[in-house]
Design a protein. Structure first.
Length: 224
């Protein structure tokens, strides 16, 4: 495959990974799906995909949390299963992200990654910050989307006026934080780990923008 073909493929498709957490609103998640999404069930998270009346393209994991009859039925339908040993250094989610990256997708959306066990929720939340993934990773659940910003990035938030936006530093410092279109402005500010200064802002004009110079910043957007 030529580099031009790889680029075209990456632009064209998004991966949605279903994680074995708690889902608060299936109807809201269903509205986030696109017809051409590449669907990956991360082990037991496959149940969320099926609850949305969609069939995954592949199931990835050690298969310890997916119901055996569910997996057998999917394989009978031709769904691929990427099996990993139970004793492994990566979670099922991280293995599923690795598979999505190998597929050459342009973006990864995680569904069902929040809620449930606290250790798993925190790991799922921080997984996009632990590695510099080659594509954006967005977490979506409960009318919220979460995404990590890194050095020099600028986010554009096209959302209704009045939507809630919070930012949380994940590195020791995040420098050059600048807002546009938010009710409480910041210009070239520095946010330190543990600060609450970026919590509970509101979109005043859409699209809004958030940019940073250096650091790792978690952006949380909640629809209202």
């Amino acid at each position: 495959m030529t580099s031009a073909h790889r680029i075209a493929r990456r632009i064209a498709r998004r991966a949605v990974i279903f994680v074995n957490g708690t889902v608060q609103d299936y109807d809201w998640l269903r509205a986030q799906l696109r017809p051409d999404d590449f669907l990956i069930g991360a082990d037991g998270g496959t149940r969320h995909c099926l609850a949305l009346d969609r069939t995954p393209h592949i199931v990835v994991g050690d298969m310890d949390s997916i119901a055996p009859d569910m997996l057998a039925d999917l394989e009978a339908q031709g769904v691929a299963a990427e099996r990993h040993p139970p004793r492994k250094d990566k979670t099922d989610l991280e293995l599923a992200i690795d598979r999505a990256v190998r597929e050459g997708v342009s973006e990864i959306l995680l569904m069902g990654a929040l809620g449930g066990r606290l250790d798993q929720t925190l790991a799922n939340l921080l997984i996009s910050a632990r590695r510099d993934w080659p594509v954006p990773i967005v977490l979506a659940d409960g009318h919220q989307t979460l995404q990590v910003m890194r050095d020099g990035e600028c986010f554009v938030l096209e959302a209704p006026v009045g939507s809630l936006v919070s930012v949380v530093p994940l590195s020791q410092e995040v420098t050059g934080v600048t807002y546009g279109g938010l009710e409480y402005p910041l210009t070239n500010a520095t946010l330190s780990l543990g600060t609450t200064r970026g919590i509970s802002n509101v979109i005043a004009h859409s699209p809004a923008k958030i940019s940073i110079v250096q650091g790792i910043l978690l952006v949380i957007h909640e629809e209202r």
